[in-house]
Design a protein around this ligand. Structure first.
Ligand code: HEM
Length: 455
């Protein structure tokens, strides 16, 4: 294609895909063929289904593995140190590319297709911009504010469980155990978080299915090495989300409600002009909270049901003593972390556990591996709902980017599991659960269960 200047230009999305995914995809495939276990993990969903031996292999070889500008760690101590350290920042928008590639990459972003790991998403900013924008929403997610939502979360959960009563059939999945089986993800685990976060953000009920579909597509952008078609699909969804959020913010400005987003908009508009977030910054805050609000919690609830099903003795402990649910949620977060990976890039030359890390080096942090580090968790592969040190996990990260919704996710999971099992104590997984193919997020696409009789 020839631009007005006569210079040959390529479609923006193709250039963005090559830089953000194509190169990584090709390198990963080559390394995986050479037997590199980390590359295999990134490129092969079957390897990702059971990543634990790869994580322990990485950990056993040293605190930080690799050389050059890309390293990896599965050590709890190293992960915690890096996440808290001001010598590291987020690996924003492929900052590791040398110039002019980095500038070319930034030029391929439009304000209507920036995704969850592109600036100005909170996940892709460092201080001071990160601090300025995070401050706008953080006060709405304190433990006290979240505790006030409990009655609403309980009511939503009970209404969803009432809805399960009328269902039977796996909607196209296999049904080896007869009637009464339902896909728990579709009808419960995904529904609860999307209902809670949509209500918080004032998104009308009738848009929930749309929000779920966009979120599922948009979340794929957390992964590296997407295929071109997949990349185009997720970019289209992200653009649709931006357009819809633009309209929604305009609606709330004109007719504010008592929801969190109306309040964020009000405080943003009250700031001095030079401190106000730009339209895309405000939209990204809302979109990230919306997406992060359900794309992860759905996995926490489903992973919990799957692990409890595999460990009936642990389930029996929770049924016998409801006070164990809080710790059981922490143990699921540790043992089967819904977010498996993150990364940080050194902003200056530094040293971690005696390993020199030059400025510009990106470290892949295996959160799911840190959460199985025997230096912190005794017999780490054992699933134990009473584990005293379960809460030491890094499933919500640490430091400046510590998950904003951690308290909300904990509340939703505790209520969901308590209500689900108190109504259906004999619930069991049947048929073939289908895992999500994603790299960063770990969970189920489908989790067929038989509810059993109501208690
Ligand atoms: C089980 C559920 C959840 C898990 C495992 C989880 C995990 C995480 C992790 C690991 C990060 C930090 C990533 C990094 O350090 O690079 C994060 C950030 C974030 N989470 Fe969550 N999250 C969950 C639920 C939620 C919910 C319910 C919300 C909605 C309010 C939410 C909103 C956010 C936001 C806005 C950030 C970005 C914070 C920042 O960059 O400053 N998360 N989450």
């Amino acid at each position: 294609m020839r631009g007005a200047s006569g210079v040959v230009t390529l479609p923006r999305h193709s250039v963005r895909w090559v830089l953000a995914h194509g190169i990584i995809r090709a390198l990963n495939a080559r390394e995986a063929r050479r037997g590199n276990p980390i590359a295999r993990l990134m490129s092969d969903p079957t390897a990702r289904a059971e990543p634990w031996s790869t994580y322990s292999g990485v950990r056993e070889q040293g605190p930080v593995l690799g050389e050059g500008s890309f390293r990896v760690t599965a050590s709890h101590a190293v992960a915690a140190e890096i996440l808290r350290s001001d010598a590291f920042g987020v690996p924003a928008a492929n900052a590791h590319f040398p110039e002019p590639l980095h500038s070319i990459f930034l030029a391929t972003l439009s304000e209507y297709d920036v995704g969850p790991v592109d600036p100005p998403s909170l996940l892709a900013l460092d201080a001071p911009d990160h601090t300025r924008l995070r401050r706008l929403v953080a006060r709405h997610f304190t433990a006290r504010r979240v505790a006030q939502l409990e009655a609403d979360v309980v009511a939503t959960t009970k209404a969803l469980l009432d809805g399960l009563d009328g269902l039977d059939g796996l909607d196209g999945l296999d049904r080896p155990h007869g009637d009464g089986a339902v896909d728990l993800v579709e009808h419960f685990s995904a529904r609860l978080p999307v209902a809670v976060i949509s209500r918080l953000l004032g998104v009308p009920d009738h848009r929930r299915d749309e929000v779920l579909a966009w979120g599922n597509e948009g979340a794929k952008q957390l992964d590296g090495g997407l295929g071109y078609r997949e990349f185009l699909g997720t970019t289209r969804a992200v653009t649709d989300m931006h357009r819809a959020m633009d309209e929604h913010i305009a609606d709330l400005r004109a007719h504010p409600g008592d929801d969190l987003l109306s309040s964020v908009i009000r405080s943003a508009d009250a700031l001095p002009a030079d401190e106000q977030p730009t339209a895309v910054e405000l939209r990204m805050i809302a979109l990230l909270v919306l997406g992060a609000g359900f794309e992860t919690t759905v996995n926490l609830i489903s992973n919990a049901v799957a692990r409890l099903d595999e460990h009936p003795e642990e389930k029996a402990r929770c049924l016998a003593d409801e006070s164990l649910w809080d710790n059981a949620v922490e143990e699921v977060l540790r043992h089967d972390s819904p977010v498996q990976l993150t990364g940080r890039t050194a902003v200056r030359d530094t040293t971690v556990e005696g390993v020199a890390i030059p400025a510009g080096t990106t470290v892949l942090i295996m959160l799911g591996g840190a959460n199985r580090d025997p230096a912190v968790f005794a017999d780490p592969d054992r699933f134990d709902v009473g584990r005293a040190e379960a809460g030491e996990h890094l499933a919500f990260s640490l430091g400046a980017h510590f998950c904003l919704g951690a308290q909300l996710a904990r509340l939703e999971a505790r209520v969901a599991l308590r209500e689900l099992y108190s109504r259906h104590p004999d619930l069991r997984v049947v048929g073939t659960p289908v895992r999500k193919q994603t790299q960063v997020l770990r969970g189920y696409e489908h989790l067929p269960v038989e509810l059993g009789p109501r208690a």
